[in-house]
Design a protein around this ligand. Structure first.
Ligand SMILES: NC(=O)c1ccc[n+]([C@@H]2O[C@H](COP(=O)([O-])OP(=O)(O)OC[C@H]3O[C@@H](n4cnc5c(N)ncnc54)[C@H](O)[C@@H]3O)[C@@H](O)[C@H]2O)c1
Length: 277
C-alpha cells in the first residue's frame, strides 16, 4: 500500500513494545490507528500520550483469544474510522522454556494468543479489507522463532512456525485480490515480552514458575533492538508489499544452518527424475 495517508490501521498488542511502536509509525505516516490490547491501563496511557500531536489514534480493550471480542473491536474500528486497510495481528506471549515439561495450560495459553489471536484477527478483519476495494495489508507478528526451532521455548516456537505457515498461505491466496501480507520476524527486541506472565488469566490455573532460561531471556530482551527500529521496517514492508520482515542480520548463520540441514536430508533422495517448473 503505497499511499497510507488517511487510511486506517488496527494493531493488537498495541499498548506496549512492538505493537505500540507500530502504532506510532503508522500514525506518524498519516494513518488513523486503532490500538487493541488486553491491558486497559497501559492502553489508556498510550492513547493519552498520542493526544497532543497525533489525535487520530484510539484504543479498544480486546482479548485476542476471544473471537467475539475481536469482532467487536473490528466493528468499533469501522464505527470510529469508516474503513480498515491494515491489520497487525501482533499480540503475543512467550510461555515457559522447554517442550515436554510445559504444562498443558501453558501450551493452551500460548497457542490461544499467538496462534488463535492471529486466526481471529484474519477472520474478523479480512471481509472488511475486501469490502471497500481499496486494497489492504495484513501484518502477522511471528519471530525468528518461526524459523529456528532451537530457541528453548517449545510452545512459543510451535505457535510462531504456525504463524509463518498461515501467513505464507494467505499471501498466495490474497495477492490476486490486492491484499498484501507481511510476516514480522524479529530477533530480540527491548519490550516487556519477558514479563508476558503479567497477563496470565486465572482460568488456566496457577501460573507456571519462571523457568531456568527466564533470566537469560530477560537479559537478551533488555539488550535487544529498539521497538521503533522494528516498526520502521514494518512501515516500509507495508508500503513495498514485502512478505518477510527480517530485522536481525546477525541471526543469518542460524537460518542458513537450518536450511542446510533439511536440504542435506532432502538431497539424499537423489536427483529429481524431472525438474518441476
Ligand atoms: N520482544 C522480542 O524480543 C520479540 C521477538 C520476536 C517476536 N516478538 C513478538 O512481538 C509481539 C509483540 O510482543 P512485544 O515484544 O512487544 O511484547 P510486549 O509484552 O511488550 O507487548 C505484547 C502486548 O500484547 C498484549 N497482550 C497479551 N495478551 C493479549 C491478549 N490475549 N489479547 C490482546 N493483547 C494481549 C500485552 O498486554 C502487551 O501489551 C509478540 O507476538 C511477540 O511474540 C517479540
Amino acid at each position: 500500500m503505497r499511499d497510507l495517508v488517511g487510511k486506517t490501521a488496527f494493531v493488537t498488542g498495541g499498548a506496549s513494545g512492538i505493537g505500540l511502536a507500530i502504532g506510532r509509525a503508522f500514525a506518524g505516516a498519516g494513518m488513523r490507528v486503532m490500538l487493541a490490547d488486553i491491558e486497559a491501563k497501559p492502553l489508556e496511557q498510550a492513547i493519552e500520550a498520542f493526544k497532543g500531536n497525533l489525535p487520530e489514534v484510539r484504543g479498544v480493550v480486546c482479548d485476542v483469544r476471544d473471537y467475539a471480542d475481536v469482532e467487536r473491536a473490528a466493528r468499533m474500528t469501522v464505527e470510529a474510522f469508516g474503513k480498515v486497510h491494515v491489520v497487525c495481528n501482533n499480540a503475543g506471549v512467550t510461555g515457559s522454556a522447554g517442550t515436554d515439561n510445559i504444562s498443558l495450560q501453558d501450551w493452551q495459553w500460548v497457542i490461544d494468543i499467538n496462534l488463535m489471536g492471529v486466526v481471529h484477527g484474519v477472520k474478523a478483519f479480512l471481509p472488511l479489507l475486501k469490502a471497500h476495494g481499496e486494497g489492504g495489508h495484513i501484518v502477522n507478528t511471528a519471530s525468528m522463532a518461526g524459523f529456528l526451532s532451537d530457541t528453548g521455548f517449545g510452545a512459543y516456537t510451535a505457535s510462531k512456525f504456525a504463524v509463518v505457515g498461515i501467513s505464507e498461505a494467505l499471501s498466495t491466496e490474497l495477492e490476486p485480490q490486492g491484499i498484501g501480507v507481511s510476516i514480522l520476524c524479529p530477533g530480540w527486541v527491548a519490550t516487556r515480552i519477558s514479563e508476558s506472565r503479567r497477563n496470565w488469566p486465572n482460568e488456566y490455573g496457577v501460573p507456571p514458575p519462571r523457568g531456568p532460561l527466564a533470566e537469560r531471556f530477560a537479559e537478551l530482551v533488555r539488550n535487544g533492538m529498539a521497538p521503533g527500529d522494528v516498526a520502521a521496517l514494518v512501515l516500509k514492508a507495508v508500503q513495498n508489499n514485502e512478505l518477510y520482515v527480517f530485522t536481525h542480520p546477525d541471526m543469518r548463520p542460524w537460518l542458513e544452518k537450518r536450511v542446510d540441514r533439511f536440504l542435506t536430508a532432502y538431497r539424499k533422495l537423489g536427483a529429481p527424475q524431472e525438474m518441476l517448473e
